[in-house]
Write a protein that binds this ligand. Structure first.
Ligand code: ADP
Length: 706
């Protein structure tokens, strides 16, 4: 900004300087041109009548008068002649002097200020003419007191000057034209005395100091009147070397003029024209004013520009800050959005938002995965939703109405949904109010937990418990059978003993002892009957539930029940080689599955204790129809059956395992046999054992398993 102010000041100063110089040049030019014109006019007036004395001097009448000055008639004729010529030429006075300077005739002979009889011998123009030269002189008239230009010529006769003819020309008309010029114009003689000018108070004053002789000469010549005393002009000329003229200063008035001097060497005069220098000052002031205006505009412009720049800068800064803030905010929002999105996507819990009418407005990825529909397919849906289970529509409507009425239980609702792929999905819905940022209730938010796996686990657990109960029952049956067999064994052994004793006593004829033996025998028989009765009663209480079923299905079922899981736990591969057609048998399905399970578990245990390489461990379940029988072989790569074990395998309580009961195979055989079949065991080729169930094939098709 300081630079602008500096520039403005420079501009103002420069403009002032330029205007001054320009105006000065103009003024000097004007003065030069004017002075040329005025000099021309001055020279014209000064020389116009210089011929007149010479011409008059040739007139014989003039010489006659000089020769006969006393002749009145000649004098009158000469006066008339001079008067006529003067009037014709337009000069002021034309007159004739004798060689003593006495005027003999004059054109103004008949006026009160007549020159006749006046002596002008002290005048330089007379002296010059007397010396035979043309004279020229400016001075104040001795007779009239009026200034004028005097020109003279000698009157010569016979090579001798006998008189002088002179003409006086008034310079007043030219001075009158100078009055039209506003500024002073003046003419100085060779001595520097101002003798002609537009300012009358300056007349006959000296513009430079005069030597004493010069003063004396002027006084002698009465050039500027008889009373003339030297006095300086009231102004000073200061030379300006860098300019074509000088500066004229009027101390009293404080006025300054430009003064241009034109020398007229032929006349010995110097013509000076002036011009008021206030014009220059005015031009300078105008330039200053204009420059100040321009500078003001410049400064204002600069200020405006600076303000505008500052405002633009501020705006730019504000915009940058705003953009930065928007960027940061957007980034933060994106981060928050991304965080929320990843949180939502990582949620295993489904999320579903609905408006007050039940229209779905939001679902997360877990919810979509749960039901198999894309978010775009679900958003905008009103009940019934596409994932509602078709078999539970009433329940869904009821739950929907309840939750939209705000009456959903905080414990949640269990719902069965239908996945898009047709599978069932069990879920728990927990619904709560959806509140917006202003605290308004705008809908409902539900979190949905997939409990299908849990549900299946529960079902499996239930099935397993049922199976366990059945196993327990089987075990109980086996234990019971074994216990009863054991109990029956005692009375039957006693019966055999008592019968042998009775036969011996009968042979000996020992009747009393025979009776006692027979009595004891019948007691044991009754006890045996009692035991059998108990068996019957137990059997009646547990009737055999034989039904048509498929041996392949029993294999499948036992695999699903436990076997496959156990095989996986033992690191054993299960291989199935099942007959393509169903193998229909009549059996207690539960017990049959239990037998298969037992045989399979035995095989896994055998492979576990045996040191065969684990990659060889394989459980092979093979079914086939063979000679009217449905056969199932359970084959393993365990240690196989050495003879001492093979012999006792099916005995109750035979076991080689520390934690074994030794009842499993025994019971299995009982069960299989109870179904009219048989259970066989043998060694497998290449190592391992084979247990084979053989059951009679049943003709009627089995009822499909539920
Ligand atoms: P437990 O399993 O309680 O021992 P089991 O009656 O099921 O009772 O088995 C009796 C015995 O038969 C076992 O201890 C084992 O010695 C033998 N055994 C059973 N299955 C196999 C098999 N697949 N391979 C070899 N030995 C077996």
């Amino acid at each position: 900004m300081a630079a602008v102010f500096g520039l403005a000041v420079l501009l103002i100063l420069g403009a002032g300087e330029w205007a001054t110089r320009n105006e000065l040049e103009t003024q000097w030019d004007n003065l030069r041109r004017s002075s040329e014109v005025q000099a021309l006019a001055l020279r014209g007036v000064a020389t116009r009548y210089s011929y007149l004395p010479f011409t008059a001097a040739q007139q014989p009448l003039v010489a006659d008068l000089l020769r006969h000055p006393a002749s009145q008639s000649v004098r009158e004729a000469a006066n008339a002649y001079l008067q006529a010529v003067n009037a014709h030429a337009g000069s002021d006075t034309l007159y004739l002097m004798d060689d003593k300077g006495l005027t003999l005739a004059s054109s103004n002979w008949d006026t009160p200020s007549s020159f006749v009889d006046q002596n002008y011998s002290n005048r330089p123009y007379f002296r010059d003419a007397l010396h035979g030269q043309a004279g020229r002189f400016y001075g104040v008239g001795k007779t009239t007191g009026e200034p004028g230009l005097f020109a003279s010529a000698p009157v010569q006769r016979d090579g001798k000057v006998i008189g002088v003819v002179a003409v006086k020309v008034r310079m007043q008309p030219i001075v009158d034209t100078w009055a039209q010029l506003l500024d002073p114009v003046f003419v100085t003689d060779e001595r520097g005395i101002l003798f002609l000018g537009s300012v009358s108070s300056w007349l006959y004053k000296t513009s430079k100091p005069l030597p004493v002789e010069a003063v004396r000469q002027v006084q002698h010549d009465e050039q500027y009147g008889a009373q003339w005393q030297p006095a300086p002009v009231p102004w000073k000329l200061l030379q300006r070397p860098d300019q074509p003229g000088a500066e004229l200063r009027l101390p009293g008035s404080g006025k300054h003029y430009l003064a241009f001097a034109e020398h007229l060497p032929d006349l010995g005069w110097t013509l000076t024209l002036t011009a008021d220098s206030k014009v220059v000052a005015l031009a300078r002031q105008q330039a200053w004013a204009l420059a100040s205006l321009a500078s003001g505009l410049l400064v204002l412009g600069a200020l405006y520009w600076q303000l505008r720049e500052r405002r633009l800068q501020e705006n730019r800064q504000a915009r940058i800050e705003l953009e930065q803030r928007v960027h940061e905010r957007t980034h933060a929002l994106q981060q928050a959005q991304a965080f929320r999105q990843s949180m939502e996507d990582s949620l295993l819990v489904g999320m579903r938002a609905r408006d007050l009418q039940g229209r779905i407005v939001y679902v997360n990825a877990a919810m979509c995965d749960m039901v198999g529909y894309a978010a775009s397919e679900l958003i905008g849906c009103l009940p019934p939703y596409p994932y509602w289970h078709p078999d539970d529509l009433d329940r869904h409507w009821n739950d929907s109405d309840t939750s939209l009425a705000g009456k959903a239980t905080p414990q949640g609702n269990e719902n069965r949904l239908r996945h898009r792929n047709g599978s069932d999905v069990y879920t728990m819905f927990y619904t709560a109010r959806l509140i917006d940022g202003d605290g308004r209730h705008i809908g409902w938010m539900s979190s949905v937990v997939d409990i299908t796996a849990q549900k299946r686990a529960e079902e499996q657990q239930q099935q397993r418990e049922a199976q366990l109960q059945r196993v327990q029952r089987v075990i109980t049956v086996g234990e019971m059978a074994s216990t009863l067999a054991h109990e029956l064994n005692q009375p039957l052994a006693a019966l055999v003993n008592y019968a042998a004793a009775a036969r011996a006593l009968a042979a000996q004829g020992r009747t009393e002892l025979l009776n006692e033996s027979l009595a004891a025998l019948s007691t044991q028989a009754l006890r045996a009957a009692d035991i059998v009765g108990r068996i019957r009663r137990w059997v009646r209480q547990h009737p055999e539930a034989r039904e048509p079923c498929d041996l392949n299905a029993a294999v499948d079922q036992s695999l699903g029940l436990l076997l496959r899981a156990e095989a996986r736990r033992h690191g054993v591969a299960v291989r199935l080689d099942l007959a393509p057609e169903p193998l229909r048998v009549r059996a207690d399905r539960v017990l049959l599955e239990q037998v298969v399970l037992n045989l399979g578990l035995n095989a896994l245990q055998a492979m576990q204790v045996h040191a065969t390489p684990p990659m060889d461990h394989e459980l092979l379940l093979r079914t086939r129809a063979d000679a009217g029988h449905a056969c199932l072989e359970v084959q393993d790569r365990g240690p196989g059956l050495p003879p001492e074990i093979a012999e006792r395998l099916f005995e109750p309580f035979f076991t080689t395992r520390s934690d074994g009961l030794g009842l499993g195979l025994n019971i299995c055989r009982s069960i299989v046999e109870s179904m009219g079949g048989e259970l066989l065991a043998r060694n497998r080729e290449g190592g391992g054992a084979v247990f084979e169930i053989r059951l009679p094939l049943h003709a009627t098709p089995p009822v499909a398993s539920p």
